[in-house]
Design a protein around this ligand. Structure first.
Ligand code: BGC
Length: 383
């Protein structure tokens, strides 16, 4: 039985507003929970019930039962990760909705184009089917399909928990849901090859400040370590994995199997011009240029030097988990490609692995409507 998890539920779960947790689960799993069947108190998550959870997980499709995990150092793994790309997040494919994504075809296409790592953002919270934290087995099957396709293509696959907005809005609920997700995923993938990496939470921010985050980390890493003592885990700092917050990140000192991550979208006025989720000032911006002037390059290189120095001082290899430009209101492809190339080279030159945001859509390296790569972006991403 997992004492770390019970501790976690006790520490955070009992402090949480049960109503908020239930509201969240009810909203996302309304088909499963109605009326009297619906549990009303998170305190129901007792040790005994969590033991049942373990039995239930054993009933999941045991894809990696006979697989063998072989330890790889985080340094070697980062060296092998090379050029990566993000796909997953909000694609309706996860819910069986209308999507052009075909895991076997698209992941093979990524590999053929030169990508060796796939970061898969998972919006897993809405696939929890009860307040005890059980993930819908059908959702795990979906994740398995993606993981299998990546492994078949000899790619490294990062399972990134991406409910960062929910975590900011309802931090108490997050403190229960996140450990439960990691309990499930860790158990499910415990025998998977080392090509499968876990990323605990995308871009913690807002109420998840450095103190909260550093405090949670020990518990979350503890849960993963019960079943995956040597698997590499990706962890980044607060304020949306900001490079400026690396200094505040306190990683469990005795645990070597950790890869530090940060995201880079600077200057936001360029990469996020027109983005309606990034604040009013950026929403109405148009025509901001980035051509790689000496000042622009000096800022980029200064930022990356800082990250490299932190990595060296803290003895942690680094993965740039997201970088990209929003193209919906920026039709200057030469600028977008110049920025993408400069950031890719800044990462490569310092030995960071990297993953472009995003495979398709408005940031896309691939145009799924035309069925072809966006060549200037693809070229800029080449190793
Ligand atoms: C978010 C996306 C967003 C991207 C760039 C990601 O972490 O999940 O919604 O488009 O960052 O802002």
């Amino acid at each position: 039985m997992t004492y770390a998890l019970i501790n976690h539920v006790l520490r955070y779960g009992l402090a949480a507003g049960a109503a908020a947790v239930l509201a969240l689960s009810a909203q996302s799993a309304s088909a499963q929970f109605k009326g009297a069947d619906y549990p009303t108190d998170v305190k129901n998550s007792t040790g005994a019930e969590l033991d049942n959870l373990q039995d239930r997980i054993k009933g999941y499709n045991d894809l990696f039962k006979d697989a063998k995990f072989e330890e790889i150092s985080p340094e070697d793994q980062v060296a092998r990760m090379g050029a990566g790309i993000n796909w997953g997040a909000y694609d309706p494919w996860w819910e069986g909705g209308k999507s052009s994504f075909n895991p076997n075809k698209d992941i093979a296409r990524m590999k053929a184009a030169g990508f060796t790592t796939l970061r898969v953002p998972l919006m897993a919270f809405k696939h929890i089917v009860d307040t005890k934290g059980n993930l819908d087995p059908k959702y795990l099957d979906k994740i398995d399909t993606v993981v299998q396709a990546a492994i078949k293509n000899n790619m490294i696959v990062i399972l990134d928990e991406h409910d960062f907005d929910t975590c900011e809005k309802d931090t108490d609920a997050c403190a229960i849901l996140l450990p439960n997700i990691w309990y499930d995923l860790s158990e499910h993938y415990k025998n998977a090859p080392s090509n499968v990496i876990f990323e605990l939470l995308n871009e913690p921010h807002g109420k998840i400040d450095d103190q909260v985050w550093n405090d949670w980390l020990a518990g979350l890493v503890g849960i993963v370590r019960e079943t995956n003592p040597k698997r590499n885990i990706v962890i980044g700092p607060v304020q949306w994995n900001s490079i400026d917050q690396l200094d505040k990140l306190k990683l469990p000192a005795a645990d070597h199997h950790i890869i530090a991550t940060f995201h880079y979208y600077l200057p936001m006025e360029f990469t996020h011009q027109g983005a309606d989720w990034a604040g009013d000032a950026l929403k109405s911006l148009r025509g901001v240029r980035w051509t790689g002037t000496p000042e622009q390059l000096a800022k980029l290189n200064g930022d990356f030097d800082k990250a490299a120095a932190w990595g060296k001082a803290n003895n942690r290899p680094i993965f740039l988990g997201e970088y990209g430009t929003y193209g919906k209101f920026n039709d200057n492809m030469a600028d977008r490609a110049a920025w993408t190339h400069a950031v890719s080279k800044a990462a490569d030159g310092r030995g960071f692995a990297r993953a472009y945001w995003y495979y398709d859509g408005d940031f896309g390296a691939y145009d799924s409507v035309k069925g072809q790569w966006v060549q200037p972006i693809l070229d800029a991403l080449k190793k």
